[in-house]
Design a protein around this ligand. Structure first.
Ligand code: GSH
Length: 231
C-alpha cells in the first residue's frame, strides 16, 4: 500500500524544509518504510483538508491519516512494532517527549532568528505574504525585527545546545549507539536550517558537528542528498 507524506516545500518541490516533516521522513526511513513525498505549500490548505487541520507533516498510510510529527512517530511505533524501535519502551518515549519540548522551546526559536532572511527568501513566492502575515502576528514584530540579530541568536543557540553537545561527546547519538526519534527531532531543526540557509550554526570542532555528519549519512545519505547548503 502506498505511504504518502505531505511535506512542506519552498521555492522548489525538492526544497523540503520543515523540521517537523524531517522528523517524520527520518522516522519512516528508520522503520524501513518507503514513502512518496507530496510537496505542499503553506497556502495549500485544501490539499490537506482531509486531515481536519492545516499543518504538515500529514501521513497517509493506506486508509489511515495521521498528522503531527509526534503522533506520526507513535503511530509508526504502534503499527510497525517488528521494525526498529523509535523509542525503546515507555521510559525512552517519555524522555523523548522532554527532548521534543526542549527542541521546540529552546533550540528552534534561536535557529528561526538566525536564518530568517534566508528562510523567507527560499519560500515559494505564493507563500511569502501568508508567511509574513502569520509569523508577524505570532511574533508581535516584523520578520526583519525578529531576524535582526543573527549573531546573538547563534550565540544563544550554542549555549542552549549544551546538554546535547555533552551527550554526543559521550555517545555517538543522543539515543546511544544508534539513532532514534530523539535524534531525529534535534536533527530536524538542523536540517531545516541547512535546507534554507548557509548560516554556520555550530563552531568547527563542536562535537555536535560530528553528530550532524553522522545524521547526514544515515539511510544512504537521505538528508545529505536533500537540496540545501553544504554546512
Ligand atoms: N506540532 C506539529 C507542528 C507542525 C508545524 O508547525 N508545521 C508547520 C510547518 S513547519 C506548518 O505546517 N504550518 C502551517 C501554517 O503555518 O499554516 C508537528 O510536530 O508536526
Amino acid at each position: 500500500m502506498t505511504v504518502r507524506l505531505y511535506e512542506l516545500a519552498g521555492d522548489a518541490d525538492d526544497r523540503l524544509f520543515s523540521p517537523y516533516c524531517w522528523r517524520a521522513r527520518l522516522a519512516l526511513a528508520h522503520k524501513g518504510i518507503a514513502h512518496e513525498t507530496i510537496p505542499w505549500r503553506f497556502t495549500e490548505k485544501d490539499a490537506i483538508a482531509f486531515s481536519g487541520q492545516g499543518m504538515v507533516p500529514v501521513l497517509q498510510d493506506g486508509a489511515r491519516e495521521v498528522h503531527d510529527s509526534w503522533a506520526i512517530a507513535l503511530y509508526l511505533e504502534e503499527t510497525y512494532p517488528d521494525r526498529p524501535a523509535l523509542f525503546e519502551g515507555p521510559q525512552a518515549r517519555a524522555l523523548a517527549y522532554t527532548l521534543k519540548t526542549w527542541v521546540e522551546r529552546s533550540v528552534q526559536p534561536q535557529i528561526f532568528r538566525a536564518i530568517m532572511p534566508d528562510l523567507y527568501a527560499h519560500l515559494h513566492a505564493r507563500d511569502q505574504a501568508y508567511f509574513r502575515e502569520s509569523r508577524e502576528k505570532r511574533f508581535g514584530m516584523t520578520l526583519e525585527q525578529f531576524g535582526a540579530d543573527p549573531r546573538g541568536a547563534i550565540t544563544a543557540l550554542r549555549t542552549a545546545l549544551d546538554p546535547a553537545r555533552l551527550a554526543v561527546a559521550a555517545e555517538p547519538f543522543l539515543c546511544g549507539a544508534a539513532p532514534a526519534f530523539a535524534d531525529y527531532m534535534l536533527f530536524g531543526a538542523f536540517q531545516w536550517a541547512r535546507v534554507m540557509s548557509p548560516a554556520q550554526l555550530l563552531e568547527p570542532g563542536d562535537p555536535l558537528c560530528a553528530w550532524r555528519e553522522r545524521m547526514l549519512d544515515l539511510y544512504g545519505g537521505l538528508a545529505r542528498k536533500a537540496r540545501g547548503y553544504p554546512v
